[in-house]
Write a protein that binds this ligand. Structure first.
Ligand code: UD1
Ligand code: CA
Length: 452
């Protein structure tokens, strides 16, 4: 059966106190709304309609691959769903409804939930969870015979009802026709003056329909993020989940508590991650690497058997068998070839560094193409910028660059050339030439005696 989904993401997110729409706040390096969308798609949804309102333009800009519906005024979750009615005029079967602020939901749970609804033959199924601290959630009330009665919101609950720990996770399956048939009858006669989506359930019940509740095994998955405190709690759970998943796939993580790995990062078998390491965005790391301590990689493509410590690298590629660090900054557009040795105190930007080349200490390499097996001496700088334009430095294979060389770009050094230490290279150097570009030394005899 094809599965269509509505995701509610129009709310102001008052309690998170932010200019950024709540659903765009990131956990595990990804906006929480994106987590919900990804899980939904993975669970087999064929179409996602996202209800937007507060900060709608920004949400549309940051999120793709879904349909949007604007809820002009945020009058409650029931009103939000109603604003998508036109989009479901011709739909039949099941609609899955979720909130954009429950980023820990997994595709596995959603799949189980949808199957449970399908076989229940009910008009609606609600996902519930047993929360150790249920404050803020809607509580699930049952009839004396154990069947579903209604959901009462925290703000509307009596003291007795507030003690109930079975909560509404904000995830529902509905028969789409029956949902929209009943939704118009929801009123806003409650503590918040809002049209609550859960209020459609007792209405369906009064129509003679059956409502099913499906309990999640772990309450962790169903946490809703309303505050920064809950955001941090979700971050911690996601991080734990990610490190556990990696360890189970054959990655050593020496100290999961000080290792921060975004959800979309991939790491190969037998790689060791040392403490204080941050692997962010769409970083991929190969097999048998040793990463850390103190590494921050953002959107990095890293090969196999790379050793890296005490460094920050972003939006770049590092091939196999590279030794990196300590104290290296690799900036966007850089490609580091196989077996390169790089660090201490080296910055490389928008450059290609060929196989086997050594950049061992105190270099700035910017907008450069460095060949294979090049040895670059300590303190070498590419002078790539004249205040207006950036220029490239090209260094051929097997070049030897003496210490403290400046390359004033644009400049080209052909293969096999040799640059004397302390040179400022302003002209191209032909193949196999020696270039010396520094003032000759003069020694003045008895100078110190004369000074006295
Ligand atoms: C909601 C449920 C509550 C449940 C909890 C689970 C209602 C009335 N309450 O409460 O029973 O336990 O989720 O996390 O549904 N939204 C809109 N338009 C609106 C209002 C909200 O799109 O007019 C969106 C929000 O952006 C959010 C979601 O709906 O993603 C839930 O809204 P929120 O205000 O967070 O509801 P809760 O108070 O958490
Ligand atoms: Ca919420």
């Amino acid at each position: 059966m094809s599965l269509e989904t509505i995701i509610l993401a129009a709310g102001k997110g008052t309690r998170i106190k932010s200019k950024l729409p709540k659903v765009l706040h990131k956990v595990g390096g990804k906006p929480m709304l994106q987590h919900v969308i990804d899980a939904t798609k993975k669970a087999g949804s064929s179409r996602e309609v996202v209800i937007i309102g507060a900060g709608a333009e920004l949400v549309e800009k940051k999120i793709s691959g879904v349909e949007f519906v604007l809820q002009k005024e945020q009058l409650g979750t029931g009103h939000a769903v109603l604003s998508a009615r036109e989009k479901f005029e011709t739909s039949e079967g099941i609609v899955l409804i979720l909130c954009g602020d429950t980023p820990l939901l997994t595709a596995e749970l959603l799949k189980k939930f949808v199957v449970a609804h399908e076989i229940s033959n009910c008009a609606a199924t609600v996902l519930t969870a047993e929360m150790p601290n249920p404050t803020g959630y809607g509580r699930v009330l049952h009839e004396a015979d154990g069947t579903f009665q209604k959901i009462v919101e925290d703000k509307d609950a009596t003291e007795e009802e507030r003690k109930i720990r079975e909560v509404n996770a904000g995830v529902y399956c509905f028969d789409v026709k029956k949902l929209f048939g009943a939704l118009e009858r929801v009123t806003n006669d409650n503590a918040q003056g809002e049209y609550y989506l859960p209020d459609v359930l007792p209405i369906l019940k009064s129509d003679g329909e059956k409502i099913f509740t499906f309990a999640a095994d772990y309450c962790d998955e169903t946490i809703g993020i309303n505050s920064r405190e809950q955001l941090a709690a979700a971050e911690r759970i996601l991080r734990q989940r990610k490190t556990l998943e990696l360890m189970n796939s054959g990655v050593t993580i020496e100290d999961p508590h000080t290792t921060f790995i975004d959800v979309d990062v991939t790491i190969g078998q037998d790689t060791i991650i040392k403490p204080n390491t941050y692997l962010e965005g769409n970083t991929t790391i190969g097999i048998e690497c040793e990463i850390g301590p103190n590494i921050r990689f953002v959107n990095m493509k890293v090969g196999n058997r790379v050793t890296a410590q005490f460094s920050y690298c972003h939006d770049a590629e590092i091939n196999n068998d590279v030794t990196l660090g300590p104290y290296v900054h690799i900036r966007p557009g850089t490609k580091i070839g196989d077996k390169v040795k790089i660090g201490n105190f080296v910055e490389v930007k928008n450059s290609n560094v060929g196989k086997g080349t050594k950049l061992p200490h105190l270099q700035y390499i910017g907008d450069s193409d460095v060949g294979e097996n090049v040895n670059i001496g300590c303190g070498t700088v590419t002078c790539n910028y004249d205040g207006k334009t950036k220029y490239r430095t090209k260094i051929g294979d097997n070049v030897f660059v003496g210490c403290n060389t400046n390359f004033v770009a644009p400049v080209k050094v052909e293969e096999g050339a040799y640059i004397a230490a302390g040179s400022t290279i302003t002209k191209d150097v032909p193949k196999n030439n020696l270039a010396i570009a520094r003032a000759r030394q003069t020694n003045i005899e008895n100078w110190t005696d004369k000074r006295k």
